[in-house]
Design a binder for this molecule. Structure first.
Ligand code: PRX
Length: 652
């Protein structure tokens, strides 16, 4: 496979980059010895290590057991401990000089700005929490949040967590049908949304999408609307008795609202993500362990210092925005930059202009965006003063060494270490990563596991190897606690491949220095521009069309997006497949999932490669789309058909 080949080249490459000396001198961990000692301690005495780390945060009641594995894989961390994550992210900082420090520095797409100090955030969160209480929201209730990247998104999530209500943030690029599925799956009582969202100078009618989504959701009794766009281009209908303007309900509310004393294992949030079946799964994260894990990874991986301005570009609709905007950095009293819009609005220098303007010192983004910057050219970053930057990060997919080196040279100007962080929605926080003052980096490698993470590479039989499946041997505090409403699927997906080991679904290699190289998913999950899309999810959309008999979707390498989707579709007999069917299918994907999930190509075929027992051979479709030599085709029912399909694909 192409991927394998490029990794071989990397492994032979031997390029490596030492952390700059002044960075190491000022970092939390200063020497390799100090790191090795702490890492060893974290693996040999994990409970002691994680107890010590949790002491850095505030607990209303100390836990009894640091880890309870009696009912594994339903692990319990900090058993019987009582805490509240918003208390740790906000209230804790009001007692010292952080009180008036900027917590969120926000820039809207049209260029408007807002700075919220920790004290401001405290007041806004409490006012909303009190208003939510009046609407009947209480501990354990599920609330969906469908908002653009505005400060009210951070405020809403914290207000819910303050009350102990469970938030389920839905990325604002998802369609009405995706919202409906997520709202119904968890029986959400409320949706928090906005009238509209700015995108490249236009306004997306978010509230109208929500109206369509919840038309038949009896569970939703209230909708809160943040006034953001005030657009006259479309009506924003306010339904009497159900819908409330955000600014009206918070007006006059008290600025104090005692935080709910949450049990460490009470659910903090659900976040839906794609898997290998047609239905997204609601990943469960609980309070105490997730809080400690995101706090600690933020502190060490980003080496946060009081004077830093930290910019994580991820949307809060994904896990990265949860762990490294809403929670982890705030638990460290960091100043976080938040930007609402698109990187090329009004032109391709927007990100660099923001870095210069606010003096961003840590920049954390996705490889797909770095490749986009590369394509746009170095002239854009060169126009700006990026000299405050001291650390760069990437997440979401494997980064190709060319993009890594471009990032290093043209954004970091050769002075900034890069942390390539491997992790997942399910892991809660960063798992494999350089520590910037300590680790020498190799372009394309996420390097070594974080404290307490016992990562290894196993084969199908569970034997350790240098090239195979990534596995994690021990539980860590940030681990998912389940799939909402489906404990069996949780056990089956993550814990059944080998006894007692967590299976993330990624392939990986380890080089002779013990560095990990993540090769990408080994299941039918495709990573498109850092967005996780289950091919089965897309296939089930296609086959809903009455003219479609079968569909198979595969992921193939894509220069900018990392991976793109190719759909092979066969129609029912007698149906003419043409541009109108293609258009209808495209509209269905946009309407049922969201535009970000659109395939690169739809290939109509009557020659779907199948085994004699009728199973579609997706492996061959992947080879075909990647231009690889076809593997074993001896089990194929009609080899001739495959050659016809190949010719057709090459023509398309
Ligand atoms: O395949 C891995 C890839 O992204 C998957 C997780 O996707 P998601 O849950 O959406 O979370 C993305 C943000 C944490 C992983 O299974 N992935 C993530 N980070 C990296 C990566 N692949 C290679 N290198 C990374 N740094």
């Amino acid at each position: 496979m192409g991927e394998e080949r490029s990794i071989e080249t990397i492994l032979e490459e031997q390029r490596h980059f030492d952390p700059p000396q002044d960075f190491s001198e000022g970092s939390h961990l200063k020497s390799t010895d100090e790191y090795e000692k702490l890492y060893k301690h974290s693996l040999e005495n994990p409970e002691e290590f994680w107890a010590e780390m949790a002491e850095e945060l505030h607990w209303f009641r100390r836990w009894d057991n640091t880890l309870n594995s009696d009912n594994a894989p339903f692990y319990k961390w900090y058993e019987n401990g009582k805490t509240n994550i918003t208390y740790n992210c906000i209230d804790r900082h009001l007692e010292n000089s952080n009180r008036n420090k900027a917590a969120i520095v926000w820039e809207g797409e049209p260029g408007d700005q807002r700075v919220m100090t920790y004290w401001d955030l405290y007041r806004e969160v409490n006012k909303l929490a009190n208003a939510l209480k009046k609407l009947g929201i209480k501990k354990g209730d599920r609330v969906a949040v469908y908002l653009p990247m505005v400060p009210e998104l951070v405020i809403s999530v914290h207000a819910l967590a303050r009350l102990g209500a469970i938030h389920s943030v839905i990325f604002a690029g998802f369609s009405a049908e995706s919202i409906r599925d997520r709202v119904l799956d968890c029986n959400a009582k409320m949706v928090i949304t906005a009238d509209g969202a700015w995108r490249r100078g236009n306004v997306l009618p978010l509230k109208n999408i929500v109206d369509e989504a919840i038309a038949d959701c009896e569970c939703v009794s209230d909708v809160i609307i943040v006034r953001r766009s005030d657009s006259t281009a479309f009506p924003c209908h306010v339904k009497e008795g159900r819908d409330h303007w955000y600014h009206r309900i918070v007006d006059g509310e008290s600025i104090t609202c005692p935080p709910e004393e949450m049990d460490s294992e009470d659910i903090l949030f659900l976040l839906y993500t794609s898997g290998t079946t047609g239905k997204p799964k609601g990943i469960i994260h609980t309070t105490g362990g997730y809080m400690v894990y995101t706090y600690l990874t933020s502190k060490y991986v980003f080496d946060l210092k009081p004077e830093d301005v930290f910019w994580c570009t991820a949307d809060v609709g994904w896990i990265t925005g949860h762990s490294y905007l809403v929670y982890g950095p705030l638990a460290n009293a960091a100043t976080c930059l938040m930007y609402e819009g698109s990187p090329d609005w009004p032109d391709r220098s927007r990100m660099w202009a923001i870095i210069e303007k606010y003096g961003v010192s840590i920049f954390y983004t996705a490889p797909t965006l770095i490749r986009t910057f590369m394509r746009w050219g170095k002239k854009w970053p060169q126009k700006y003063d990026l000299s405050r930057l001291r650390l760069l990060g990437t997440v979401g997919e494997p980064i190709n060494p060319e993009a890594w080196v471009w990032y290093y040279k043209h954004v970091g100007q050769g002075n900034c270490p890069i942390v390539d962080t491997w992790w997942q929605t399910e892991t809660g926080g960063i798992m494999i990563t350089p520590l910037p003052g300590i680790t020498y980096t190799k372009p394309g490698s996420a390097t070594r596991p974080f404290f307490g993470v016992d990562a290894c590479i196993l084969n199908d039989d569970g034997k350790e190897t240098d090239s195979g499946y990534l596995a994690i041997r021990k539980p860590w505090p940030g681990i998912l606690r389940g799939i909402y409403g489906d404990p069996e699927r949780f056990k089956e997906t993550y814990w059944s491949k080998w006894d007692g080991h967590y299976f993330p679904g990624d392939g990986a290699k380890k080089d002779r220095d013990g560095y990990f190289w993540i090769l990408g998913r080994v299941d039918d999950v495709v990573n498109v521009s850092g967005h996780r899309i289950g091919t089965a999810e897309l296939e089930s959309v296609f086959v809903e069309h009455e003219d479609v008999a079968e569909a198979a979707v595969v992921g193939v390498g894509h220069k900018i997006k990392g991976q793109g989707l190719i759909a092979f579709v066969s129609t029912v007999e007698g149906v003419d497949f043409g541009p109108s069917l293609e258009k209808e299918l495209v509209e269905m994907v946009a309407g049922k999932i969201g535009k970000f999930a659109l395939p690169e190509k739809i290939i109509f075929t009557a020659d779907m490669p199948k085994t004699r027992s009728g199973k579609i051979m997706r492996r061959l479709l992947r080879d075909l789309a990647e231009g690889n030599t076809m593997g074993n085709i001896s089990t194929l029912a009609d080899p001739e058909g495959l050659y016809k399909l190949k010719a057709k694909y090459e023509e398309a």
